[in-house]
Write a protein that binds this ligand. Structure first.
Ligand SMILES: [Zn+2]
Length: 205
């Protein structure tokens, strides 16, 4: 089967615990150290097999790296691994998962070569929020429950909307954020706005 390596944890004698996102599941596997293994890294897409074990984690075997040319681009790789870490925190306690997460990574892996990674991951995140029914309503401040009037909205983690004074942060133009969330598009956002939104994304999915 195929999956994305969301996390690698070193254990004794260079053995590894490898957490993998497949189209329908999160699998925690154990990889015994051995010279014949191909190198694996967080964020890699791999083809693999597992040997089930009755009283231990399944063993990861026959891994093959399904490479992308942009993996050689250090900057893109760092953004990619940042998003992979966020994805791991978001999914780590689940066994079965919806295919949207795997599909999102596939889509990002195919597009990151040509697109700005911050814009790409922001747009992908909005699609995830929409799928999870967490797309925020910009009308009310999540801190004081009062209406947000005026043309500015401050945003917290998961783009929860607030008054600038309640969150004590500089706001965004509400019309631009509304378009960003409704269309999952950053096309009309300036780079400084993308930078600020990306900072919020790094707080967690
Ligand atoms: Zn408020």
């Amino acid at each position: 089967m195929q999956g994305y390596i969301l996390k690698i944890t070193k254990v004794k004698d260079e053995d590894l615990i490898v957490e993998i996102l497949t189209p329908n599941s999160m699998i925690k596997t154990y990889r015994f150290y051995g010279a014949r293994h191909s190198k694996i890294t967080q964020g890699y897409k791999i083809d693999f097999e597992i040997n089930e074990s009755i009283n231990f984690l399944p063993t990861l075997v026959n891994t093959m790296h399904l490479g992308y040319s942009w993996l050689l681009d250090r900057e893109k790789l760092l953004y990619w691994q940042g998003f992979i870490r966020l994805m791991h925190s978001h999914l780590k306690d689940l066994n079965e998962v919806d295919s949207i997460y795997f599909q999102t990574l596939d889509e990002c892996a195919n597009k990151i070569n040509l697109q700005n990674p911050k814009r790409l991951f922001l747009e992908s995140y909005v699609k995830i929020l929409e799928f999870e029914g967490r797309l925020p309503n910009l009308e009310f401040c999540f801190l004081c429950d009062e209406e947000i009037s005026g043309d500015k909205v401050a945003l917290a983690r998961a783009f929860l909307p607030a008054h600038e004074r309640c969150l004590n942060k500089t706001g965004f133009e509400i019309s631009k954020i509304s378009e960003f969330l409704n269309l999952a598009s950053t096309i009309n956002l300036e780079d400084f706005e993308v930078d600020s939104l990306y900072q919020i994304l790094t707080l967690g999915l």
